[in-house]
Design a protein around this ligand. Structure first.
Ligand SMILES: [Zn+2]
Length: 270
């Protein structure tokens, strides 16, 4: 029985990160058990299982999950990180890990935002970060505790360099964890408080920060979301809500017990 514990740990970890990765691992483990003449050591069996599970996982992710999820009410956002789509991904890893699913009405909304952004600021594309897993209401997309029903989506700010507007993308390869911190005098409601999900990741912060938040386009995007009747809540840190003239109404502070929201905008539909 104890031999199963490491496999169970792997199953749980892969499930928490990708939702279907644990199932692919179990399939790989079953096949590894069938083809192994003798029962190998745990780590050998796990490596064989993972080697078998990886292509199974990718085949499921790109050919089985999208139509199955669509039949159950969730659709995948664009996976491309470039091209002419009005909405692009910050990282292809988001799709590979099955973390870019939303309800169809939320996909329509974000695509509409992308089209309008492109009209208002030619060349601009909205950058989507993480949405939800493909299946099952109530299954959280950790560490985003509320992303559990297909109704939540994170998007990147618009950025620029001192000279040029950047069409899309994020200063972080993952789309998260490069922060736009408070300036002196800005509100800092969580100053001096440590909470488990409020990470600072000082080591990830570029020095100097080449990408700066494009306040005109990001402020416009926040107003567009605020004015959209389908959007119910928007989370962003208070100092950025102030800076971008977007305080009040649907724009809320997520509190100190959640992840920082000065590296992205979170919004949701009811
Ligand atoms: Zn979020």
């Amino acid at each position: 029985m104890l031999r199963l514990v490491p496999h169970a740990v792997l199953f749980v970890c892969l499930t928490l990160v990708t939702q279907i990765g644990g199932i692919a691992y179990l399939m790989g483990l079953a096949l590894a058990t069938v083809i192994s003449a003798r029962r190998p050591a745990f780590y050998v069996q796990s490596v064989i299982a993972l080697v078998i599970a990886a292509p199974l996982y990718l085949a499921m992710t790109f050919f089985v999950v999208p139509p199955l999820a669509a039949a159950m009410g969730r659709v995948r956002l664009p996976c491309e990180t470039s091209g002419s789509n009005p909405v692009v991904a910050a990282s292809q890893l988001t799709c590979v890990l099955n973390r870019s699913y939303v309800r169809p009405e939320l996909r329509d909304l974000i695509m509409g935002l992308g089209v309008e952004a492109g009209k208002r600021f030619p060349g601009s594309q909205v950058t989507a970060l993480e949405g939800n897993f493909p299946f099952a209401d109530g299954f959280p997309l950790l560490p985003h505790l509320s992303h559990r029903d297909g109704k939540k989506l994170d998007i990147a700010f618009f950025y620029r360099t001192p000279d040029t507007a950047i069409s899309h993308g994020s200063p972080s390869r993952l789309g998260y964890f490069v922060y736009e911190p408070p300036r002196p005098g800005d509100p800092t409601p969580c100053a001096g408080r440590w909470t488990p999900l409020r990470w600072d990741f000082g080591v990830f912060q570029p020095k100097p920060a080449v990408w700066q938040v494009d306040e005109e386009r990001t402020g416009w995007m926040l107003q567009w979301l605020k004015n959209h009747p389908q959007v119910s809540r928007i989370f962003i840190e208070p100092h950025l809500a102030d800076r971008l003239n977007a305080t009040g109404g649907k724009v809320r502070f997520q509190g100190c017990q959640a992840a920082r929201h000065d590296d992205h905008i979170h919004f949701e539909i009811p």
